[in-house]
Design a protein around this ligand. Structure first.
Ligand code: MG
Ligand code: MG
Length: 250
């Protein structure tokens, strides 16, 4: 069931989204060679709690940390660890949710650790671009398939592939609400977008093949071929005036 948000609920979504986006920026400032992924998680948790919000991911389905921190060929759901030290040339995906007065923001971004390869930089750029290609088609007459079609076409055009096993989603009082928002699809197909819908659009893009697998830790998802993966996500409200980015603060 899709929960449409009224103006007061949207106002709370904006507050939650702002905290989420700011937590990601705080993480970005802390990312450098020699830092552990557990430290990044600590920075995020501290920032969210300072804002009077709670980290949505902490304890979600049993997840043991406040943020997912996934490095290189890890696609999503990486568990922060004291033993995982970031090094020059890594790319690191930070995925954060913050819950404020009952509503959630959900956002993710891929950061470079020091100097990275041209190919890694291109992967990050194309992944972000694919999100903004999708944003262009989001309006009240669009369908869910238009979003996935826009994301996938841009990635394939650039020689990359989108992950199919994990998808975007509605977001609101629950972190994951209906509808599913795949990063692939046929234009003109799927349910129609409506004013008051709030969705997380989140391209997960691999430099190699689309196939992924989950580690025995029950969380970390990696590319099957060991290729690099990038992730970019914002929570978006569908409004009369087009899409509104709820988690973008920079
Ligand atoms: Mg997320
Ligand atoms: Mg999400």
């Amino acid at each position: 069931m899709i929960h449409l948000k009224n103006q007061s609920q949207l106002a709370l979504m904006r507050d939650a989204g702002k905290i989420t986006g700011e937590a990601i920026l705080a993480a970005g400032e802390a990312i450098k060679p020699g830092v552990t992924t557990a430290h990044i998680d600590h920075v995020i948790r501290t920032y969210i709690e300072k804002c009077g919000a709670t980290p949505t991911f902490l304890g979600y389905g049993g997840f043991p940390a406040s943020a997912c921190v996934s490095v290189n060929d890890e696609v999503i759901h990486g568990i922060p660890s004291q033993l995982r030290v970031l090094k020059e040339g890594d790319i690191v995906k930070i995925d954060v949710g913050a819950c404020y007065r009952g509503y959630n923001g959900d956002s993710a971004r891929t950061f470079a650790v020091g100097k990275i390869s041209d190919e890694a930089a291109r992967l990050i750029r194309v992944t972000e671009e694919s999100f903004y290609e999708a944003l262009k088609v989001i309006n009240e007459s669009a369908r869910i398939g238009d979003i996935g079609h826009a994301v996938e076409s841009h990635c394939v055009r650039n020689g990359f592939s989108v992950v199919r096993r994990y998808v975007g989603h509605g977001v609101g009082a629950e972190l994951h609400e209906d509808p599913e928002v795949p990063n692939f699809g046929a234009a003109g197909h799927g349910i129609r977008l409506m004013r008051g819908m709030t969705i997380a659009v989140e391209p997960m893009v691999n430099a190699g093949a689309a196939a992924v697998y989950e580690l025995p830790d029950g969380w970390t998802v990696k590319t099957k071929d060991g290729s690099l993966s990038a992730h970019y996500e914002h929570s978006i409200a569908v409004t009369d005036n087009g899409p509104e980015l709820l988690t973008k603060v920079d």
